[in-house]
Design a protein around this ligand. Structure first.
Ligand SMILES: [Zn+2]
Length: 387
């Protein structure tokens, strides 16, 4: 009897030991998966590499204009270029919306190729730096995309539309814009382009907006350009949006671009839609502001496969069908909307705005060189202009 019990206990303890071993095995596998996943996750926080042109004067931080940003993931680099002679000051923002890669890439090509003779240029390629550390939920977006440059492969980040919830949380049910009191949906509270003019003691996004507006004021910026993209079906694409102050300058630039066979729509900033760069920079500072939009299939609702290739080539079969059916406002054919072409549009339009400004201010011109235009970028590819 005693021997029987001990045999049963023996079998039971064997089963328990087997369960323990299996549990330990599962824990080891789970720990290994966690380590692998956390390496991938932590890589999202590492800073991106930029290779500024030899014309670079200094690299600054946005926190210089709002010290409370120091040490936060909203602090971001400002690449400053100063010519040998004085002249006007230009500010260029990419990455206000990190899921609009042509804006960020146009700023990157600018900072890696610019030659400056007179005046000053401030370039912020990742205006919403926190948004580059995440992607938008339910979009299936890739975290990165890569380009093969002459000296090797470069990987660039593809982010979300707004600041990371890890950095600013929770969202209110309704976002009240400061100071207008305009009401928007709660998640817009993390959208930098709904936060201007911002406030020093506000949310992280409002502090970022405040810092950019302070930079414009303190550095006496004359022209400021915010580079964006939008879904191909959105009416405002391949467009320059401007404040009343920039209407004439932008109209002349659009006309000049037309002569260069590049069509741009001219849109006026609505006076009662608050928080946007082209409205608030113009209302709160002396700057002449512009916002530019290109057409980005990976943001579109009609798109099929959401991939790295769609970011770079911009070819989507569903947009091709929409194009053939004549439902698009732009020409969308087999060539798609390539990243090179979209970056080219931004840079050619930027050159056109600076050229018109210089014609209007012959005594104080901003003389820039080294910037590839639409023709060069589409012929050679954006990868040829990255160091
Ligand atoms: Zn945008």
């Amino acid at each position: 009897m005693k021997a029987g019990i001990s045999a049963k206990q023996h079998v039971k303890s064997g089963i328990v030991a087997m369960h323990h071993m299996r549990a330990v095995g599962f824990l080891v596998v789970a720990a290994a998966l966690c380590v692998a996943a956390s390496a991938d996750f932590l890589a999202m926080w590492s800073p991106d590499e930029f290779h500024p042109s030899p014309a670079l004067t200094r690299i600054d931080s946005l926190s210089r204009y709002c010290p409370s940003l120091r040490g936060t993931r909203a602090d971001t680099r400002i690449f400053v270029y100063e010519g040998a002679a004085s002249g006007p000051t230009l500010l260029v923002l990419g990455g206000t919306h990190p899921n609009e890669p042509a804006g960020f890439m146009a700023a990157t090509v600018l900072l890696e190729n610019i030659i400056i003779r007179t005046g000053r240029v401030f370039i912020i390629p990742q205006a919403c730096a926190s948004g580059f550390t995440c992607t938008d939920p339910l979009e299936g977006s890739p975290q990165t995309f890569s380009l093969q440059t002459q000296s090797g492969k470069r990987i660039f980040r593809f982010g979300g539309r707004a600041a990371n919830v890890v950095d600013q949380w929770p969202d209110p049910l309704v976002y009240l814009h400061y100071p207008s009191g305009q009401q928007l949906s709660g998640n817009e509270t993390r959208n930098l382009n709904r936060a201007y003019p911002g406030r020093q003691d506000g949310s992280l996004t409002e502090q970022t907006a405040f810092a950019i507006v302070s930079l414009i004021r303190e550095e006496h910026v004359d022209l400021a350009v915010d580079l964006h993209e939008a879904a191909p079906e959105i009416p405002i694409i391949n467009a320059i949006v401007t404040h009343e102050k920039g209407r004439e300058l932008a109209a002349n630039a659009v006309l000049n671009l037309e002569f260069e066979n590049l069509q741009f729509a001219l849109e006026l900033s609505p006076a009662n839609f608050h928080g946007l760069s082209h409205r608030e920079w113009g209302d709160w500072t002396p700057v002449i502001p512009f916002l530019m939009e290109t057409s980005n299939p990976i943001q579109g609702r009609l798109r099929g496969t959401t991939s790295e290739q769609l970011i770079v080539d911009g070819v989507d079969p569903w947009y091709l069908i929409a194009g053939r059916l004549g439902t698009m406002r732009i020409t969308y054919d087999e060539a798609g909307e390539s990243l090179s072409g979209r970056v080219g549009r931004h840079l050619q339009a930027l050159r056109a705005l600076v050229d018109v400004y210089n014609e209007e201010h012959p005594d104080s011109a901003l003389v820039l060189e080294g910037l590839p235009g639409y023709g060069e970028l589409t012929a050679r590819g954006v990868h040829q202009y990255l160091r």
